[in-house]
Design a protein around this ligand. Structure first.
Ligand code: SF4
Ligand code: SF4
Length: 386
């Protein structure tokens, strides 16, 4: 894919260095210096909309990146009210940060509009579907509000494996497979009997108090275990435990790895497929963008002899969210979430009939909208070869 500044460089290619610098400076900085970030974004001609999955599939001005910033600005300036109708488009965001990759200011629209969601949560001006997530998290510590299913083995070892709500609820077999894989890599993993949500959905949906409550409870339990390493198969959990907790001053003593990072550190042996196989892959946004690992999934797949890895058009930091990121669209507008997943599948299908990802939520979203294609988590795929 072309880079963020290619078009600008192309248009300035015949100009001298001084002219180039002066034009670029005027373009990205001086003209609107002094304005706050939300105003800059609201005034922008939507320069990232071509990368925003919501904008591409929904096709509406209000749910485009700058469109959301304009609504947020109008609410801030009291031009329009903060109410259920006006907060709804702000929840039409996947928190994928695809916009950030193309923004001249490197803004994350998800971050810019989060304060408005926080205010809406505090005033109770949120849709019932969002309130339901908070109620479930409050009452059970799990986004689905159900009792945790235990994996088959749970002897105390030296590495805490955290499953995350999605695996606990929808893919308990992925927990068993992750544990089996970690054992093959030489770890002694164990799980928490009463594992709670990392808090990421509460953060995305604007309930920062609930996020902090869950984060503090988790940190207290995890720090008391005296383990030096936590591994999870969910990139959102890895991002929350490693990055978000720190951002909120919540100290988690053990190092935190996504399972693909553990594989990079410990997968030494050469892997061989019994028969040649063509696969493509879907980079989860939280792994490729937020955890800054744009090449990790592909590099692991390329270690398997006999597996031909076909890159989709949008990959690495230019990946395209599965439609279920951010915890809001799949609940408030499942039709749109599924349309985004279909858009992604249609692109992946051009490359191969087997799609490998590294996130249980992506696996759920992509499998849901297509039955004639195989979507596997890297864990279940690798277990065949190790
Ligand atoms: S995030 Fe950046 S590129 Fe996208 S609309 Fe806002 S200012 Fe423009
Ligand atoms: S975070 Fe993702 S869904 Fe939200 S505005 Fe940016 S690109 Fe669009």
């Amino acid at each position: 894919m072309p880079g963020k500044w290619d078009w600008l460089m192309e248009s300035l290619k015949d100009k001298g260095l001084r002219t180039k610098y002066s034009l670029i400076f005027k373009f990205i900085g001086k003209k609107i210096s002094g304005a706050d970030d939300i105003t800059k974004c609201a005034l922008c001609p939507n320069m990232c909309r071509h990368a925003c999955p919501v904008s591409i599939v929904d096709g509406k001005e209000t749910t485009s990146p700058a469109g959301k910033a304009r609504i947020a600005l109008f609410i801030n300036k009291k031009v329009i009210d903060l109410n259920l109708d006006n907060i709804y488009p702000l929840y039409m965001c996947l928190s994928c940060d695809a916009c950030t990759q193309w923004c001249p200011f490197e803004f994350s629209v998800a971050d810019l509009i989060r304060p408005l969601k926080e205010e809406a949560v505090k005033k109770g001006l949120i849709p019932n579907e969002i309130r339901d997530v908070f109620d479930k998290l409050e009452s059970s510590g799990n986004i689905y509000g159900r009792r945790i299913k235990e994996p088959s083995e749970n002897k105390r070892g030296n590495v805490l494996f955290l499953r995350g709500c999605e695996i606990i609820e929808n893919f308990p077999e992925l927990a068993d497979k992750s544990i089996a894989l970690l054992k093959k890599l030489g770890y002694e993993p164990f799980t928490l009997e009463n594992e709670k949500c990392c808090g990421m959905p509460a953060y995305n949906l604007g309930n920062i108090d609930l996020f902090k409550k869950l984060a503090k409870e988790n940190a207290k339990i995890i720090n008391s275990l005296n383990v030096s390493l936590v591994i999870t198969s969910c990139p959102s959990c890895a991002y929350a435990y490693r990055v978000l907790y720190k951002k909120f001053g919540i100290n988690l003593k053990p190092k935190v790895l996504h399972i693909t990072e553990a594989l990079r550190e410990n997968l030494k042996e050469k892997l061989v497929a019994h028969e040649s196989l063509e696969v493509t892959y879907h980079d989860p946004c939280k792994l490729a963008i937020s955890l800054n690992e744009p090449d990790l999934l592909r590099s692991i797949l390329e270690k398997i002899e006999g597996v031909s890895v076909k890159a989709p058009r949008r990959h690495g930091k230019n990946t395209f969210c599965c439609g279920y990121g951010g915890s809001a669209i799949s609940r408030l507008n499942p039709k749109l979430a599924n349309e985004i997943a279909k858009e992604r599948i249609s692109e992946l299908k051009e490359e191969a009939n087997v799609i490998i990802t590294a996130c249980p939520t992506c696996k759920k979203a992509l499998s849901k909208v297509n039955s004639d294609i195989t979507v596997l988590d890297i864990i279940e795929f690798l277990n065949q070869f190790i």
